[in-house]
Design a protein around this ligand. Structure first.
Ligand SMILES: Cc1ncc(COP(=O)(O)O)c(C=O)c1O
Length: 421
């Protein structure tokens, strides 16, 4: 089935005669006939038991996203941050380390560098463009995973997934990819060797700026047993009646462990209604992604020679540093998001931000409406100057997220705002 069809048809399968829309199972709990039945579920949770970690509406959306990404299973979370956090905590414990590229989203940099550090987990920052030899030197005995972003927010670099997957696998650890900006419509990281994919579904997947959410998808391809580095997967889990995830769940060990241990304990699971809304966004994902890419390419071509623009990063644009790599990983386009450097530095960027009329000046990206954000003073303000440089965030950088308005109206608005500088 093609991805356009999957967006509409996978996930919920209605019973004969039932309407084809997804039902909202708005319930905390599920009623059973016997104590013995419930007791069995505590040993092996094969049915819905409690909505802190599983719910039929969420389940249908999880199946749809797993299918879109080409994975064996998925788990929704209440935000993209929760997805990033669980993706790592499902692998690393205090005393472990993992490698992450320094161009990832500012909130993830903080989560990894500050909060996980407090939990005793060390992040080792890497330059995404470093050579294999340089990257190899970063691995330690206790390194358990590698993390990168398909399209970096906001630097818009294209992550060389295949290169990083090979290095991760040589070291017997999985590669986790944040595929938020690309969505499975533009790139499916599992096809290039990634093992786990995460998303902030608050962005293009939801599509309408309605609700925060996240998802973790498991490719089912990583061999936790032969790696030899993951006793939490291969030895009995005392908190779950001696379950051995790899023995009992085969190639779904990662995603089932994430739900049975971490979602059970953290409970950062979305409500059924949020999953229902997310599904509405997914139904039009393919149509919207095509249009974002078309509008953004027109905007990028207009801005590239603009007298008030210093430089522009949009990998789909001919001549962009990442254009060739984008053709490999994102052949249909590189989303609606671009990074523009305004001539005149921080003040000029802020003047531009304050002058747009159609575009929304908001803390969001990958929205249905065109929006702008100034990372240096907003999302990335917690980073040091050194970290800003490493994340590819110049003081004059504006992140422009091109929406679905008529592209002539978008361009007219940007032109009038640039004229104010
Ligand atoms: C690439 C990326 N990953 C993760 C996140 C975090 O997602 P959320 O805001 O849904 O927690 C964001 C948020 O902007 C993001 O852009």
């Amino acid at each position: 089935m093609n991805i356009e069809t999957k967006c509409l048809h996978s996930g919920y399968k209605p019973a004969n005669g039932a309407p084809g829309v997804m039902p909202i199972v708005q319930s905390t709990t599920y009623r059973f006939d016997s104590t013995e039945h419930i007791a069995a579920l505590f040993d092996m949770p094969t049915e819905f038991m409690y909505s802190r970690f599983a719910n039929p509406t969420c389940d249908a959306v999880e199946k749809k996203i797993a299918d879109l990404e080409g994975g064996v299973g998925a788990m929704l979370t209440s935000s993209g941050q929760a997805a990033s956090m669980i993706s790592i905590l499902n692998i690393c414990s205090a005393g472990d380390s993992f490698i992450a590229t320094s161009t990832i989203y500012g909130g993830t940099i903080n989560l990894f560098g500050v909060t996980l550090k407090k939990l005793g987990i060390e992040v080792i920052w890497a330059d995404a463009e470093a050579s294999e030899e340089e990257i190899q030197k970063l691995f330690k005995e206790n390194t358990k995973a590698v993390f990168g972003e398909t399209l970096a927010n906001p630097a818009l670099c294209v992550f060389d997934i295949e290169k990083w997957a090979n290095i991760a696998h040589k070291n017997n650890v999985p590669l986790i990819v944040d595929n938020t900006f690309a969505t499975p419509y533009l790139c499916r990281p599992f096809e290039f060797g990634a093992d786990i994919v995460i998303h902030s579904t608050s962005k293009y997947m939801d599509g309408h700026a309605l609700q925060c959410g996240g998802v973790i998808v498991d490719s089912g391809n990583f061999d936790w047993v032969s790696s030899g580095k993951f006793p939490d997967f291969t030895e009995p889990d005392e908190s779950y009646h001696g379950v051995v995830y790899t023995r009992d769940f085969g190639n779904m060990a990662y995603i089932i462990k994430a739900r049975m241990q971490l979602m059970r304990d953290f409970g950062c699971y979305p409500a059924a209604h949020s999953a229902f809304l997310l599904n509405l966004g997914l139904e039009t994902l393919s149509v919207r992604m095509k249009q974002y890419c078309e509008n953004a390419l027109k905007v990028a071509n207009h801005l590239k020679n603009h007298e008030k623009i210093d430089s522009i990063r949009y990998p789909a644009l001919e001549g962009d540093e990442y254009h060739e790599r984008a053709k490999k990983y994102l052949p249909l386009g590189t989303s609606g998001v671009m990074a523009i450097n305004i001539k005149g530095g921080r003040q000029a960027a802020m003047k531009f931000m304050d002058s747009v009329k159609l575009a929304c000046n908001e803390v969001h990206v990958a929205d249905i409406r065109t929006c702008v954000l100034h990372p240096a003073s907003e999302t990335h303000r917690q980073l040091t100057d050194e970290q800003l440089v490493a994340a590819g965030v110049a003081p004059a950088l504006v992140r422009l997220s091109v929406g679905l308005e008529n592209v002539d109206d978008i361009i007219a608005d940007l032109d009038q705002a640039l004229a104010q500088i």
